[in-house]
Design a protein around this ligand. Structure first.
Ligand SMILES: NCCC[C@H](NC(=O)CCC(=O)O)C(=O)O
Ligand SMILES: NC(=O)OP(=O)(O)O
Length: 314
């Protein structure tokens, strides 16, 4: 595995899930595997889970993680080729990434979308500049269009909670939010759930269709109540419009999941990547109750990252 940026194939996903579960049962079993290797965790945006879980994963393998919050502590980066840098940007990505590539054996990058330049975001332009110029393996800590470590943790969590012999119905539902939010978590969840062979239904208001490249193989159902019928796992997430790029079209609070949404899905479990806007996306009663898998997902972020790091340094 050269880089870890997206779902590749079912067999690799299954291998990573199995490895992650082994690490969960004995986190320090390969404590010497990464000795002498450094991973640079480069954040262009805020984080709680990804920042902590990736460092813990590296430490569990004996690696040295170093975190740089480039948005706050680094020089302002220029991304455009041939730019005359006489304004706010101080350092070109090709210089910065090349330096980081000499300092680290592996780079892990978080680079959210602009939500204003659809083409650049869709090409994952900023993230790919790091791959292009660093020359070392790169792990995505959430790019403009994908969040694969989150999705791997989500697949692990589903596997741990599946009822043996029953093919689960998995539903990804849009939820309200106060801000324009990226598509990465929803795209990746769809990509991994479909790739892993789950029966996926996606529900959202009209005008919120995700990029079809991520949702091919799922059912799209604009009626949330219909979509939720007989669900086993309900993944809750807001995203901004994709067609009318980055815009908010719907503020209908009835899309917020509450206990009353589960009258036709009595045993459904609820998932969210966190951070969650309580009582905007999801009600307190759900998040505090026995349906919620959100803490388990967050815990599994450690073992997802550990399985990926372990494979990358092999
Ligand atoms: N890494 C997990 C989610 C990150 C991001 N959420 C946010 O930006 C939430 C911001 C807020 O609630 O103000 C997203 O959904 O892609
Ligand atoms: N789920 C997730 O990626 O959380 P952070 O943004 O806090 O890292």
């Amino acid at each position: 595995m050269n880089h870890f940026t997206q779902f590749e194939n079912k067999s690799l996903a299954e291998q990573l899930i199995e490895e992650a579960l082994k690490y969960k049962s004995d986190p320090r079993q390969h404590i010497s595997k990464g000795l002498g290797k450094r991973v640079g965790c480069i954040f262009l945006n805020p984080s709680l889970r990804t920042r902590a879980s990736t460092q813990i994963a590296a430490l569990n393998l004996g690696m040295d993680p170093i975190v740089m919050n480039m948005d706050k502590e680094g020089w302002a980066l220029e991304m455009q080729e041939g730019a005359v840098m006489n304004k706010g940007t101080v350092e070109h990505i090709k210089d910065a990434a090349a330096v980081l590539g000499t300092y680290f054996d592996v780079l892990a990058i978080r680079a959210f979308p602009s939500l204003s330049n659809k083409q650049e975001d869709s090409e994952d332009f900023v993230f790919n500049q790091f791959i292009k110029y660093s020359g070392v393996p790169v792990i995505s800590l959430e790019s403009a269009i994908r969040h694969p470590l989150q999705s791997l943790a989500d697949m692990i969590t589903i596997q741990e909670n599946i009822i043996a012999g029953h093919k689960p119905k998995v539903v990804l539902t849009w939820a309200p939010h106060i801000k324009a939010i990226p598509h990465a978590v929803a795209n990746s969840f769809a990509e991994w759930a479909i790739g892993c062979g789950h029966d996926l239904t996606i529900t959202h208001p009209e005008g919120y269709d995700l990029d079809p490249k991520f949702t091919k193989g799922s059912k799209i159902e604009y009626n949330q109540q219909k979509a939720l019928t007989d669900a086993d796992f309900v993944y809750v997430k807001n995203w901004s419009a994709f067609d009318d790029y980055g815009k908010i079209h719907c503020t209908d609070t009835s899309w917020m999941l509450t206990e009353k949404h589960f009258k036709n899905a009595k045993n459904a479990k609820v998932m969210h990547c966190l951070p969650v806007r309580r009582n905007v996306e999801l009600s307190d009663e759900i998040l505090n109750g026995s349906r919620s898998l959100v803490q388990k997902q967050a815990e599994n972020r450690i073992y997802a990252a550990q399985a990926v790091l372990s494979k990358i340094i092999e």
